[in-house]
Design a protein around this ligand. Structure first.
Ligand SMILES: [Mn+2]
Length: 197
């Protein structure tokens, strides 16, 4: 496979975001979104997805973290689309179960070419530190809309909200790795009977 990297800049009046992505990386990251808990979660995606990821964001955090978190999702989605290219030779589907103590999450990905999000996660508190747990859905909705992926997220159990979030993002990273990975038996082949994704 040729190099699968992307560099995307997205500027609006609300946020200015730059994402650099290498799908065939080693799990290193440079994260400066201005939202520390989001940085912590993106670090999990890079590490467990074995992708190299740099995200720099300047957002209207004086309002709240909503625009920044959503727009980081959008820009990361755009970077995924660009880095995946024609999707020839990838596995397309990926899934992972990840536990963290009492918490357990399952994430299933299909690089289907159709945006779709099913997210089922109950958090027992509204905030993790200063981070509003509603924003996890905003992040993943922005991501799937621009990565053209079907994404099923199920938090199967968990008491601690930090644990629940972390299992979701680690499982997302693992599932992403599987779905985006080169399948040595399918070199040059589009993983769809339609012939395109
Ligand atoms: Mn943690």
């Amino acid at each position: 496979m040729t190099e699968r990297t992307a560099s995307v800049r997205r500027d609006t009046l609300e946020t200015q975001i730059a994402v650099e992505l290498n799908l065939d990386g080693t799990g290193t990251s440079t994260l400066e979104t201005g939202v520390p808990f989001l940085d912590h979660m993106l670090d999990q995606v890079a590490r467990h997805g074995m992708v190299d990821l740099a995200v720099r964001a300047q957002g209207d955090l004086h309002i709240d973290a909503h625009h920044t978190v959503e727009d980081v999702g959008i820009t990361l989605g755009q970077a995924l689309t660009k880095a995946l290219g024609d999707k020839k030779g990838i596995r397309r589907y990926g899934h992972a179960y990840v536990p963290l103590d009492e918490a357990l999450a399952r994430v299933v990905i299909d690089f289907s070419g159709r945006p779709g999000l099913e997210m089922h996660a109950d958090f027992r508190r509204s905030h993790i530190g200063e981070f509003d747990v509603d924003l996890f859905h905003e992040f993943f909705q922005g991501l799937v809309n621009h990565a053209w992926m079907t994404l099923h997220i199920d938090s199967l159990r968990g008491d601690n909200a930090h644990h629940v979030a972390e299992t979701i993002f680690k499982a997302f990273g693992r599932a992403l790795r599987m779905a985006a990975e080169a399948d040595p038996r399918a070199e040059g082949i589009t993983p769809s009977t339609k012939g395109s994704l």
